[in-house]
Ligand binder design. Structure first.
Ligand SMILES: Nc1ncnc2c1ncn2[C@@H]1O[C@H](COP(=O)(O)OP(=O)(O)O)[C@@H](O)[C@H]1O
Ligand SMILES: CC(C)(COP(=O)(O)O)[C@@H](O)C(=O)NCCC(=O)O
Ligand SMILES: [K+]
Length: 255
């Protein structure tokens, strides 16, 4: 459960991750990052209220969506004399060599996830998968080279696109335990779309191998990351706070 931090005296930093579906907040207190508070992007007011009540010294933002929320947040920080910092992919000092031709084009959330993964598992070949609104794949080599990645529709986006664009394909959106071949429409869709993502993860490993970067570990995050874990047959780790770990690292690196 989220607790405001009005009683703490240490310098509190609030980390904010603005995705295409949800806004998430974490408190960074010294080294500790607490469990994220999630709100739908529709409930931006709740996120702003928390920041107002918590009275942090600084707010650090990683945003790939909702410019209107970011502007409101910046205004709030200005009026409450809170330092406001917005991270950019190209502006965080790190020893990771970025794999994009134009670094600023890579979503800052992906870059924070890569930095977070390196922090957790240094000197390993990592496949970082963020299964959110979109599912992103980023390859990080043990010698700190980001080797690019993929963007696919997120699992829920695939499922809802199928329902929206067909007449007879109707059903629910579920988080299946099994991805077996199914005997009804709804399970066909859900098992199929989850399998698309599991299959892409397996094929990403083959791609990495062909680059000479055999994946040591798959690092999962995002709203569907934990539910993907049991379907992955190779070494995999789920970290809800991956983006926040990356953001906290950026603070360290830029002190
Ligand atoms: N408890 C949950 N609340 C909201 N979305 C969830 C939840 N569990 C799984 N999801 C799925 O995760 C996706 C959102 O993931 P998230 O990582 O928060 O996205 P983003 O960073 O793009 O805002 C949605 O497609 C949603 O269906
Ligand atoms: C790919 C994304 C939409 C993923 O966002 P999310 O699913 O976390 O909301 C986001 O990282 C983004 O807008 N990236 C910019 C394009 C790129 O990374 O190449
Ligand atoms: K994502």
């Amino acid at each position: 459960m989220w607790r405001g931090s009005q009683f703490k005296e240490t310098k509190l930093i609030i980390l904010v991750d603005v995705g295409n579906s949800r806004i998430k907040l974490c408190e960074l207190n010294n080294e500790d990052i607490n469990a994220p508070f999630n709100s739908t992007t529709a409930d931006a007011d709740a996120a702003l209220r928390i920041i107002s009540v918590s009275k942090p010294s600084q707010v650090l933002v990683s945003a790939v969506s909702d410019e209107q929320f970011c502007e409101r947040l910046q205004q709030l920080c200005k009026s409450e004399q809170i330092i406001f910092r917005r991270l950019g992919t190209a502006s965080c000092n790190t020893n990771i060599q970025i794999g994009y031709q134009r670094p600023e084009q890579l979503g800052v959330d992906r870059w924070m996830a890569v930095i977070g993964a390196q922090e957790l598992f240094p000197n390993k070949n990592l496949l970082v998968v963020d299964a959110g609104t979109a599912t992103t794949f980023d390859l990080l080599s043990a010698d700190n080279r980001h080797l690019g990645g993929w963007i696919t529709p997120g699992i829920n986006m695939m499922i809802s696109a199928l329902y929206r664009n067909t007449t007879q394909v109707r059903g629910a959106i579920t988080t299946p335990d099994s991805l077996s071949f199914a005997d009804n429409t709804s399970d066909n869709v859900n098992h199929g779309c989850w399998s698309m993502t599991v299959g892409a993860i397996q094929f990403a490993k083959i791609q990495a191998q062909q680059l000479g970067v055999a994946v040591d570990l798959i690092v999962l995050t995002g709203g569907n990351g934990e539910a993907l874990l049991p379907h992955i047959t190779s070494d995999a780790y789920y970290e809800e706070k991956l983006i926040f770990i990356g953001m906290a690292k950026c603070i360290d690196l830029n002190r």
